[in-house]
Write a protein that binds this ligand. Sequence first.
Ligand SMILES: [Zn+2]
Length: 342
Amino acid sequence: MAVPASVKSAVYTTAHFSGLSRALALRYRGRGIIFALHSVVDDDAFHPDHTLRCPVGTLAWALRRLHQQQLDFVTLDEAVERLRAPAARPFAAFTFDDGFADNLTKALPVMEKFAAPFTIYVPTGMIDRSIDAWWFGLAALIRLRDRIELPALGRFECADRAGKQRTYAAIEAAIHNDFELLPAVREAIAAAGIHIPALVDDEGLSETQLRSLSQHRLVTIGGHTTTHLNLARASAATVRSEMADNRQFLQNVTGQPVAHNAYPFGHAGACGTREAAISQSVGFRTAVTTRAGTIFPEHRDHLHALPRVCLTRDESVSTLHCKLNGLSRAINSRFGHPVALM
Ligand SMILES: [Zn+2]
């Protein structure tokens, strides 16, 4: 089961102020860090799917803080170069998944202010509006209802904001744990009259916006498959065509080579060594997961299994320092090997 954000935050605060985080840093802090974000929203906006939303103010605060910590903001290509150079300075790279239009309207101005390069991983389906984004439907359903009852999942009270965010996190985690739950959730979304393509149309980058972003000096466009499926549940042939077709689509739209890839969902149930091998053979130079961890020189030999660390609404000085120090890897690996792979 996923650990609630409030518990994680309390652990980070304790670890930070007790000095435990600094002690763990000796082992778990790598050469650099790749941050994972999705949508960037106004500070006062409410979203049930809060795990996908980073407020503009939090993003700006984090960039300022990381800059003060003497981290260089680099592209993924530069990050790879630095893994090869023993004396290279520590770095942070920034990545945004799924191709939200707010990456252009809200994230870009902040990234420009700090001259921070970033990569946007774009599924074809977000641009042509064909993506089956059940998670948008789920968030809309929770926004609409005060209470949700789902077969095999039970009843969720979601009358207030905290209840809506709790419900979203619980149902999303349950689906990732067992994709067989998805049909019942889809049924509830459709029964509420929620039309997922309209939500995608509201949230997704247009082709014109994507092209203009791709021409910005700070922006790299990366692959994220055609349909944003759980790759681990698909055949090898499907995994290959999902990656290769998406790469070709993005190269056609942007007129530029697409060298970096992100696995949809990115957790252990959604991608593994098979996906890493296919990503490499399709021609991507790097690929990122959502396994938590910082980047070590050893990742030179595992460029298609790069871990990331999420940047979310609930950042504080202590959580950010714990993330840089690799605390999430220490906890997830039960104080095992510091280098997160597949
Ligand atoms: Zn994604």
